[in-house]
Design a protein around this ligand. Structure first.
Ligand code: PLP
Length: 367
């Protein structure tokens, strides 16, 4: 019998049995009292998790859809936008913005490095004419495993007055995100990471400055028009047919998070990160990111001298059914990435380390 594949990738992540059972039920109609009740519950619960009193929309799309929704509702052709770039996903903000006609100024750091909030402050201070309308930020850069100091960066943006547009796809639900307190204007996330669902839902938080930007935005939009979602949400529904099965699953996954306790969930992710990083160093491997900037959800590591990422990934999969991710784009074949978010526990990290040790030894590395 083949072993069940174990996903140690940065999404999709393992789905708990309780969530799978909730999703497996027959779908309910989306224009029903039962669905409205479920939608209201998940929206309220997600707002608690994100510490937000603003609006939260549930989209049936992947995380990139939510990113596009954020830009389509805030950036008009010709608007100046500062994009904080440090890897594949932060660069995606810049590309979407350009697709909508925004004039992107990139503040770029090398892959594996964090965005320095004081550098952001300096760029924004120099913009005395206040031309920069929005700043795109990636809280947790999944392509390298870097967690940025969102609180400090959002404060720098708020001091300038631009709209902060944040991707928290691979951090939300795994570490603190305090939307109101940190002054974040728009924040997007997705279902298939720390929220422990399959892919298919995305979420957009919109606060008052986000609405202000939306009211002036001339970019074309239809499916992702925030105004439509707001009108529907006020009536506890969605403008279009939502993925009702995943909303049922979300209710189950948020129940699990509430039962464990949000702070306990965050602490578990911190613990997993530390155990994994210590274990990798013990195997003689080099971590791609310093401790100070290390992500609580994804760890990137270099292969040992003489071994390829491909050979390590293939052996982990064929011998132990453990799937880890390659590097992306310029980092393909240079690093491999181990995801540890959502439904992941100490046992899973220890098992991955043990399997990695066996594989590396067999491939000739002295652990
Ligand atoms: N942003 C980050 C930080 C991500 O990790 C991902 C997916 O891995 C995305 C955006 C894109 O999400 P999706 O693949 O759901 O469109």
């Amino acid at each position: 019998m083949p072993a069940r594949e174990f996903l140690m990738i940065p999404g999709p992540t393992p789905v708990p049995d309780a969530v799978l059972s909730a999703i497996a039920r027959h779908p309910i109609g989306h224009r029903t009292v039962d669905f409205s009740k479920a939608l209201r519950e998940v929206v309220d619960e997600l707002k608690l998790l994100g510490e937000s009193t603003g609006d939260l929309f549930v989209l049936t799309s992947s995380g990139t859809g939510a990113m596009e929704a954020a830009i389509a509702n805030t950036v008009s052709p010709g608007d100046a936008v500062l994009s904080l770039v440090q890897g594949v996903f932060s660069e995606r903000w810049a590309k979407i913005t350009e697709a909508y006609g925004g004039k992107v100024q990139r503040l770029t750091v090398d892959p594996g490095k964090a965005i320095d909030a004081s550098a952001v402050k300096d760029v924004l201070k120099a913009d005395t004419a206040k031309k920069i309308r929005a700043v795109t930020i990636t809280h947790n850069e999944t392509s390298t495993g870097v967690l940025n100091d969102l609180e400090k960066i959002a404060a720098a943006v708020a001091a300038h007055g631009a709209v902060s547009i944040v991707d928290a796809v691979s951090s939300f639900g795994a570490c603190p995100v305090s939307i109101d307190k940190w002054g974040v204007d728009i924040l997007v996330t997705g279902s298939q990471k720390a929220l422990m669902l399959p892919p298919g839902l995305a979420f957009v938080f919109v606060n008052s400055c986000g609405w202000e930007a939306q009211s002036h935005c001339t970019s074309p939009r239809f499916y992702f028009d925030f105004a439509k979602y707001k009108k529907s949400l006020d009536a506890d529904t969605t403008p279009f047919t939502p993925n009702v099965s995943l909303v049922a699953g979300l209710k189950a996954s948020l129940d699990l998070i509430r039962q464990e306790g949000t702070q306990a969930v965050f602490a578990r992710h911190e613990r997993l990160k530390s155990i994994l990083r210590a274990g990798l160093v013990e195997l003689g491997l080099t971590l791609f990111v310093t401790d100070a900037n290390a992500s609580p959800t994804i760890t990137a590591v270099l292969p040992p001298e003489g071994l390829t990422v491909d050979s390590i990934r293939k052996a982990l999969k064929s011998k132990y059914s453990i799937v880890v991710a390659d590097g992306q784009e310029s980092l393909k074949g240079k690093i491999f990435r181990i995801g540890h978010m959502g439904n992941v526990f100490e046992r899973d990290i220890l098992m991955t380390l043990a399997a990695l040790k066996a594989v590396l030894t067999e491939l000739g590395h002295k652990c």
